[in-house]
Design a protein around this ligand. Structure first.
Ligand code: MLC
Ligand code: AMP
Length: 456
């Protein structure tokens, strides 16, 4: 057994049971030994690098590249595979990644390779991941996620959900965010459970996978609930888990009616990992995300007498700050060291947490992706025909929120602008609709007033 990467203790335990299809990603399977061998070979090549980026296609090679980074103690920067140049260049420059791993990149990963990495592993304080995440304005910031935070977060969820090597985890979420990568891949590697990643999170693929534990964002669960045959196929699962955005109550009820079981909600964010979860043996109520996992404390920063306010978090799952951004890091914490989530919540007398909304309307959640209005506005303003832009999230049945851009521009059509943003950033950051207006509503100080925009 290696002692270089305690986070992966279950993967590196050579006595643990193995099978040829311990991991399946988009219809290709490998054993844990294959993954450890390929990851070890990656580790040997990248050892000593300051950080590496991984083009996070939904493939076994992406998983092996991430394992390599964790074994070698080299922070991994997952890149959305469809990142356009503006987004990708920012992530590479800001993180200082020395190498990009992945298909068609500087270093390709070979699943057939066998390396037995026995190097130093992570040194104290090295990040496991640098995860780029949007704020309300400007370019995404790199959240430094420590090895211990990941381990604490996964162990807390394993406890809450009785998640064990007996499970088969199924999901098809992207491998560049907390949900799909940290919970959905490292959770399987740490608990030792089988993983079936379906490539895309379609209802049909979920239905065919035969898992015990399913992860999805509300958009995925809404689509499952509309596909009755797919939903019924999940009746035998142990837990259906929803997170990354609020699960609408009608979707909760439809899932219950079709599968015979109530979905489990959990709440978290990139900077804190998953901190609050309904328990496998606890109550599951629509609109509630459960109670803090082991080691996590929560509190509401509310005016005296008010029951709702900003949710603040402390505990072992918190990130170590934004890379190179001491002011933004300081602003994210209270004077007594609690993380300010920016989410408005209430805590019931029995400890159940309810997320009511976000403090800022400039952080949009669409399909479970967090998107900063400012980043999309800046991308629009990079187009020579655009003079002004204001981006908002509008309620949307399938996506939760839909990105709508209000634009002051001459001689350009909506499709051209949508494609322009999709190509510069990631496709999921593109506005789904563009409204052309004559000027942005502004206050006396000249500041744009999004509340005064015409209805989308
Ligand atoms: C469409 N496409 C375009 C395009 N229009 N590409 C370029 N230019 C354009 N103009 C392409 C897309 O790239 C994509 O290609 C395909 O069309 C469909 O894309 P889409 O329309 O965006 O898919 P959609 O159906 O809207 O996706 C829904 C979804 C997705 C649920 C599958 O939103 C999703 O995967 N969400 C998960 C987000 C997530 O994991 N969040 C977790 C954050 S962590 P192609 O080739 O890709 O099909 C977190 C913490 C926590 O929040 O609590 O978990
Ligand atoms: P991200 O940074 O992509 O990790 O997004 C984190 C944000 O997703 C949180 O700040 C919340 O606004 C939202 N979120 C995550 N899980 C839930 C949930 N179960 N219910 C409501 N909002 C959620």
């Amino acid at each position: 057994m290696h002692d270089s990467a305690p986070l992966l203790a279950s993967l590196t335990d050579l006595d643990a049971p193995d099978r040829p299809d311990a991991l399946t990603v988009a219809d290709r399977a490998c054993s844990r030994a294959d993954l450890l061998g390929a990851g070890g070979a990656v580790a040997a090549r990248i050892a000593g690098a300051k950080s590496v980026a991984v083009r996070a296609d939904a493939t076994l090679e992406t998983v092996a590249a991430v394992v390599g980074g964790l074994l070698a103690g080299v922070p991994v920067v997952p890149l959305p595979p469809d990142s356009g140049p503006a987004e990708r260049d920012h992530m590479l420059r800001d993180s200082g990644a020395e190498l990009v791993l992945g298909a068609g990149e500087e270093l390709t990963v070979d699943l057939g390779e066998r390396g037995d990495y026995r190097g130093a592993g992570p040194s104290e304080g090295t990040a496991a991941f640098i995860l780029y995440t949007s704020g309300t304005t400007g370019a995404p910031k790199g959240a430094l996620i420590g090895h211990r935070a990941v381990a604490a977060g996964l162990d807390g969820l394993a406890d809450a959900w009785r998640w064990s090597a007996e499970d088969t985890l199924v999901h098809g979420l992207p491998l560049f965010h907390v949900h799909g990568l940290i919970l959905g891949v490292l959770g399987a590697l740490r608990t030792g459970c089988r993983l079936v990643h379906t490539g895309r999170p379609t209802p049909q693929a979920y239905a065919a996978a035969g898992g015990s534990l399913y992860f999805g964002v509300p958009t995925v669960w809404g689509r499952v609930a509309r596909d009755h045959a797919a939903a019924r196929a999940l009746a035998g699962a142990r837990l259906l888990v929803s997170g990354s955005a609020a699960l609408p109550a009608p979707v909760f009820r439809d899932l219950e009616a079709l599968t015979g079981q109530r979905p489990v909600e959990r709440y978290g964010m990139t900077e804190t990992l998953i901190t609050v979860a309904a328990r496998a043996d606890g109550e599951r109520r629509p609109g509630y995300v459960g109670t803090p996992i082991t080691g996590v404390r929560t509190r509401i920063a509310a005016e005296p007498g008010a029951e709702i306010g900003e949710l603040e978090i402390s505990g072992p799952t918190l990130f170590d700050g934004y890379l190179g951004r001491p002011e933004a890091t300081a602003a994210a914490f209270t004077a007594d060291g609690w993380f300010r989530t920016g989410d408005i919540a209430a805590i019931e007398a029995d400890g159940a947490h309810r997320i009511v909304g976000r403090a800022s309307t400039d952080l949009i959640k669409s399909g479970g992706y967090r998107i900063g209005a400012g980043e999309v506005e800046n991308a629009l303003l990079d187009h020579p025909a655009v003079r002004e832009a204001a981006v908002v999230g509008v309620p949307h049945e399938d996506l939760g929120q839909e990105i709508v851009a209000y634009v002051v521009a001459d001689g350009i059509g909506d499709h051209e602008l949508i494609d322009f943003v999709a190509a510069r950033l990631s496709a999921h950051k593109r506005p789904r609709r563009v409204r052309f207006i004559d000027e942005l509503p502004r206050n006396a100080m000249g500041k744009p007033q999004k509340k005064l925009l015409p209805p989308a």
